[in-house]
Ligand binder design. Structure first.
Ligand SMILES: Cc1cc2nc3c(=O)[nH]c(=O)nc-3n(C[C@H](O)[C@H](O)[C@H](O)COP(=O)(O)OP(=O)(O)OC[C@H]3O[C@@H](n4cnc5c(N)ncnc54)[C@H](O)[C@@H]3O)c2cc1C
Length: 510
């Protein structure tokens, strides 16, 4: 698969989407499946914005119930079920523990009521009913959990994913259905006729060329950059977004097989401790960010806040030196107008500019499919080509057609016998690429040395880099290390510069 620069330059699209995070990727897939001619560009790599730095949860969001966000939770729980069916290799169930402590901001009865309601809202989409946990059970299963003040708890089941890979797979699925997609193509200006946008001026950051892409409708799905791009299109109205920064720290594996929903001792906010890819994610912070989205940084205060939260609940304690890495993202939250409820901030809204640019603001990763459906409906109405969305039952590119358990065990055996992989490596490839794992392993027939792990102690194989270069539009080392694998998150020293430069960490890819 290649970046389709020539087609972007030459064709006239029904729909051009700016931004290849999960929102733009979702719209591209929905629109191309309805028969629209679709272009999708991102100024960086796909998923290089918020969509690779989330908490990696596909969830209803138990805490939104506290603020009355019933509709949002209900919709998200429904989307969770669809994602488990349509991308079972990338999304899987995860058990969450809520320990109850004396004098906590949220009393146990409120948690119990919330969980009962969460179960009810999930209805037939529920993964497993929530249930109470006794103090002895918690002590036995989690000996590292602080026992002073603990008097029981509860558990429920939500879902977890690899956010960057899921986004990439939506992009690839759209491309395989006929969308023209290119990463590293930045929108830098808009061309108008009679006050309406007719094309977007772009720069190919790989080849250096500047050209225009023509389309009947432009969708601004640039997440935290939405207001910047709207202004570029001549919309100087009040900003639509009020982004907040969310930081996670990554700690080594701490023996936890379940995630924890906890209240921070300093301010009572919810934060999570989550096992993920053999490491522990602790997050997140939530602070207003008023500078450019490109200037986002993790501060010592962010790290210390998260460590204080973790150390309040778990022993042995973690100190700064034990942190593997940290990362930050911006929530593209809608700026509440006076009189509007704050829960609105997790909802999404569409804005039409006078020049007919359609901007998408807000939302959650979990509900991207529904959001894409609404955006594409709006475009279809404007273009007078009403066709129905068909993403509800559309299985992503790597999703098997048979039940996941059946596919996984057959796939692992096939990879082991045909390509002499050990079970752990075979399981890793199946879990990341689904039914495309066979295509990845086929590269081993050309070069057997690619069966080696990239780094000792990590499951990622060298063969993945070859496949990602040819089939997954990876160009720079960071594309391989930060989004198609997550090695660069766990071993930041592999990324010699913050900016992606072709050739950096080159020895890994030779
Ligand atoms: C810390 C944190 C944790 C979160 N956790 C969860 C969670 O667990 N579950 C959940 O459901 N949601 C979660 N969310 C929310 C979710 O991650 C976001 O809503 C979602 O990823 C936003 O996707 P997006 O495509 O709108 O934006 P982005 O992913 O930021 O994509 C926007 C893209 O636009 C591109 N772009 C910008 N300017 C231009 C331009 N001029 N030309 C071309 N391209 C451009 C950028 O490069 C970027 O790739 C979390 C958010 C944060 C910040």
């Amino acid at each position: 698969m290649h970046r389709t620069i020539d087609a972007l330059r030459e064709e006239f699209f029904d729909l051009l989407i700016l931004g290849g995070g999960i929102t733009g990727a979702g719209v591209a897939l929905d629109a191309v499946l309805r028969g629209f001619r679709v272009g999708l560009i991102d100024k960086g790599d796909f998923a290089s914005g918020t969509s690779s730095v989330s908490s990696k949860l596909i969830h209803g969001g138990l805490r939104y119930l506290e603020h009355g966000g019933f509709h949002l939770v209900h919709e998200a729980l429904h989307e969770r079920r669809l994602l488990l069916e349509n991308a079972p290799h990338l999304v899987h169930a995860l058990r969450f523990i809520i320990p109850f402590y004396k004098d906590a901001r949220v009393p146990p009865w409120k948690y119990r009521a919330g969980l009962t309601f969460y179960d009810l809202l999930a209805g037939t989409s529920n993964l497993r009913r929530s249930r109470p946990l006794t103090f002895p059970h918690l002590r036995r299963e989690f000996p590292g959990l602080r026992s002073a003040g603990l008097h029981g708890g509860a558990c429920y089941v939500d879902a977890q994913m690899d956010d960057a890979r899921l986004c990439l797979e939506v992009v690839l699925s759209a491309a395989l259905q006929g969308a023209c997609v290119a990463n590293y193509v930045e929108a830098v200006g808009f061309e108008q006729r009679d006050g309406k946008i007719t094309s977007v001026r772009v720069v190919d950051r790989v080849g250096g060329a500047e050209f225009s892409i023509r389309a009947r409708q432009i969708v601004n799905a640039t997440g935290p950059w939405m207001d910047v791009v709207s202004r570029l299109a001549g919309d100087h109205s009040e900003p639509h977004l009020r982004p907040t920064k969310g930081v996670h720290v990554i700690a080594p594996y701490r023996g936890l097989t379940s995630a924890f929903l906890l209240l921070h001792p300093a301010d009572g906010r919810v934060f999570f401790v989550i096992p993920w890819l053999g490491k522990t994610l602790i997050g997140t912070t939530d602070t207003l960010w008023e500078q450019s989205p490109d200037a986002l940084i993790v501060s010592d205060a962010d790290r210390d806040y998260l460590l204080a939260g973790y150390n309040h609940y778990f022993v042995p304690p973690l100190d700064r030196g034990a942190i593997v890495n940290s990362f930050a993202g911006l929530r593209p939250l809608i700026r509440a107008r006076s009189g509007e409820p704050s829960s609105l901030s997790r909802e999404f809204q569409l804005f039409w500019s006078p020049s007919v640019l359609l901007s998408v603001a807000g939302g959650k990763y979990t509900t991207y499919r529904r959001m894409a459906e609404v955006v594409t409906d709006a475009v279809a109405r404007r273009l007078r080509r009403r066709r129905r969305s068909c993403t509800r039952n559309f299985r992503l590119h790597g999703a098997p057609r048979e039940a996941w358990e059946e596919f996984e065990s057959a796939g692992v055996s096939a990879l082991c016998s045909r390509h002499c992989l050990d079970t752990q490596s075979a399981r890793h490839l199946i879990g990341r690429y689904g039914r495309c794992a066979m295509d990845v392993a086929a590269y081993l027939e050309r070069d057997r040395t690619l069966a080696e792990p990239v780094l000792p102690g990590e499951p990622d194989l060298r063969v993945e880099f070859a496949y990602q270069r040819d089939q997954e539009l990876a160009i720079y080392p960071a594309d391989h290390l930060l989004r198609r694998t997550r090695l660069g998150l766990f071993r930041p020293e592999l990324l010699p510069t913050a900016l992606p430069t072709a050739g950096a960490a080159g020895s890994l890819f030779s």
